[in-house]
Design a protein around this ligand. Structure first.
Ligand SMILES: C[S@@+](CC[C@H](N)C(=O)[O-])C[C@H]1O[C@@H](n2cnc3c(N)ncnc32)[C@H](O)[C@@H]1O
Length: 226
């Protein structure tokens, strides 16, 4: 059972209250098109990104051609690429970033692109860092099926936040969910947290059969599916 996430604002960004559950991408288009660079000065936010980047370096070290799906403006990729071998490369793609956020620097390329609409080469591995929660089951499945075809060693779904099952069944959660979903509520639907079993079931239907997982320093889970 998925946990539904609602927020009011995120680091000063107010998502549109008119966005429906099935159009979460509008949040990201609005976010990137409004500029919203201030949060990258937020030291705590940056420190958490750099810490996850360190974890990903260890996981990605054995691979050379790496794809980051939903890379945003490439904040973690800039840090990861510095610590990988010189012959490693990262290609970050995100369909919702603004064109001016694209760049190519040495072995790092950040591109406004969808995994479906560009001629992508084969990669050794792909990762999605905090992207899964903004994908509905259908989009998640389509993306991971495409990545199954594109990668030799599967995908890393990074920073999973599995819901607390007891909380999901609590009256507090159900009442809160009902109130936050009312049209007059200042809260905005922001995505889902899936259980690890839900992730594995979805990925299994995309062709992945082997799963290993580990913990980030912040105790969130990374899942490697091949
Ligand atoms: C929380 S941000 C994470 C950005 C980056 N991975 C990081 O860790 O800093 C979620 C990202 O997922 C991207 N995203 C949302 N839907 C997507 C989709 N269907 N395909 C690719 N990226 C998507 C958004 O544009 C956004 O940049």
């Amino acid at each position: 059972m998925k946990q539904h996430i609602y927020i009011k604002t995120w680091n000063g960004f107010s998502p549109s209250t008119s966005v429906k559950k099935n159009k979460l991408s509008d949040h990201y288009k609005k976010f990137y098109n409004e500029g919203n660079n201030e949060f990258s000065d937020n030291e705590q936010w940056l420190a958490s990104k750099l810490s996850v980047a360190e974890d990903l370096v260890e996981i990605l070290k054995p691979y050379k051609k790496i794809l980051s799906l939903g890379c945003g403006r490439g904040v973690i990729e800039k840090s990861i690429i510095k610590k990988l071998d010189k012959d490693s490369s990262i290609h970050g793609i995100d369909p919702y970033i603004d064109v001016s956020s694209q760049f190519e620097l040495g072995n790092l390329k950040i591109q406004k692109a969808s995994v479906f609409d560009c001629q992508l080469p084969e990669y050794d591995i792909a990762y999605l860092n905090t992207v899964d929660y903004c994908l509905d089951d259908l989009e998640y499945s389509k993306i991971c099926t495409r990545l199954f075809q594109l990668t030799k060693n599967g995908i890393i779904i990074s920073q999973l936040m599995p819901p607390n099952i007891n909380y999901l069944f609590s009256l507090k959660y159900r009442i809160g969910l009902f109130i936050k979903s009312l049209p007059i509520s200042p809260y905005v639907f922001w995505g889902w947290h899936r259980s690890i079993d839900e992730h594995m079931n979805l990925l299994n239907n995309c062709g992945y059969t082997r799963f290993t997982f580990g913990y980030h320093k912040n105790n969130l889970i990374w899942l490697h599916a091949t």
